[in-house]
Design a protein around this ligand. Structure first.
Ligand SMILES: Cc1cc2nc3c(=O)[nH]c(=O)nc-3n(C[C@H](O)[C@H](O)[C@H](O)COP(=O)(O)O)c2cc1C
Length: 374
């Protein structure tokens, strides 16, 4: 009833608030005997961590993860492996500054969740946004690091493709560049433009939105379910569930509305590997709610940070009209740190569907079929 859990067979429950003692998650349903060390998870957490450049919040959180349960040393390899029991992960909160929120504790930040939490629960933890804070997404990134290990050979990566009016030039797309700049931009020429743009946004005490593209490679065909467990609907729900996300598209998404049937058709030929070879991927790797074996491609739009220094009109908890200016340490563009979060949510959904497919169907279907009578 309280919806802090997602997934069916790969099941993630997160807990914690921004200014509480710790955040974390329990990952249940992870198969046994998968090598798992805290360092595997830390790698992804370090990519989401705040304070790594002047373009993200200056909150200083080391986000050090501890594995509390669900792993054991495998005698044969000497490695820590999963045991098949719940994996509990905890990340302590060490850099809270609750006093930053004292001035606005009774005022609602337009675009933030204070009013809706009050309307629903009759109270809200105003310190750093409480449960609505993106601190919670560290737990998702930790779970995603485990999920990445479940689908053999799968690679999930993401990049920021637009910030405000500035878009990447796809002819310059280079995945290797994504790790070389503070924006996760795959287009090196866009980096100086974004630096100047975001410095200006920050100087004005404002904020800006962004679009992130997530690509999952080497996902086998057949994951998903035809009607109520469509792979695309589950991916959309997972990405939409990230804080500040206001739009999701799969494949060509909204652009398909302007296409003709022949433009949109992903034509098929036979590949040398006796698998179908699609001549394009407008569908984003999913047809009928089921993966095609092509790359799964999704994009999500993140709104501008609501905590800004520019005064905005609002009301307080006692029904008075007032104004608000949100000081403290905030991301001028939350889309930057949303990149590893998008990867994690995609990995969790694909791990869950991989286990569901294995549970229902077993080993992969042999394709192409032998023609009856031959
Ligand atoms: C990585 C990330 C960082 C964020 N940082 C901030 C922040 O510094 N300040 C802020 O007001 N909102 C921040 N947000 C957005 C809020 O968490 C979010 O807007 C709020 O919970 C309301 O939910 P909604 O925007 O999904 O409706 C961040 C979101 C993400 C994904």
């Amino acid at each position: 009833m309280s919806f802090n859990t997602f997934g069916h067979l790969f099941r993630v429950t997160t807990f914690g608030e921004s200014h509480g003692a710790a955040i974390g998650c329990v990952v249940d349903g992870c198969p046994p005997r998968i090598p798992l060390a805290a360092a595997d998870i830390q790698r992804d957490l370090d990519r989401r961590r705040p304070g790594q450049s002047r373009f993200t919040t200056q909150r200083r959180e080391p986000d050090t993860v501890r594995i509390l349960s669900g792993v054991f040393v495998d005698e044969a390899s000497g490695q820590e492996v999963t045991t098949g029991t719940p994996i509990a992960l905890v990340i302590e909160n060490v850099d809270q500054r609750s006093k930053d929120y004292a001035d606005i504790k009774d005022k609602y930040r337009p675009g933030h969740a204070g009013y809706t939490y009050d309307a629903k629960y009759g109270l809200h933890d105003y310190r750093g946004g409480g449960r609505a804070s993106a601190r919670e997404t560290a737990a998702r990134v930790a779970a995603g690091a485990i999920a990445r290990k479940i689908v053999p050979g799968m690679n999930v990566r993401a990049a920021l493709i637009q910030m405000g009016p500035h878009q990447v030039d796809r002819t310059r797309w280079d995945w290797a560049e994504v790790t070389n700049n503070p924006f996760f931009s795959p287009d090196p020429a866009l980096v100086p433009v974004l630096e100047q743009f975001l410095d200006d946004v920050r100087r004005r005490g404002s904020s800006v939105g962004a679009v992130i593209e997530v690509v999952a490679e080497s996902v086998p065909a057949g994951l998903g379910a035809p009607v109520y467990g469509k792979l695309d609907s589950d991916i959309a729900a997972a990405l939409m569930g990230i804080n500040a996300v206001k739009g999701v598209e799969i494949g060509d998404g909204f652009a398909t509305a302007a296409m003709s049937g022949e433009e949109n058709a992903d034509e098929m030929r036979m590949g040398n590997d006796r698998r179908p070879r699609f001549l394009s991927n407008h569908a984003g790797g999913i047809l009928g709610g089921i993966s095609t074996g092509q790359d799964i491609v999704a994009r999500f739009a993140v709104k501008p940070t609501s905590s800004i220094l520019v005064p905005r009109r609002t009301v307080d908890r006692y029904g008075n009209e007032t104004e608000i200016v949100t000081k403290g340490r905030h991301d001028p563009c939350v889309g930057i740190r949303a990149v590893p979060i998008g990867e994690a949510m995609m990995a969790c959904v694909l791990a869950d569907h991989y286990l569901r497919q294995r549970g229902q169907v077993g080993p992969a279907v042999e394709w192409p079929f032998a023609k009856p009578g031959q």
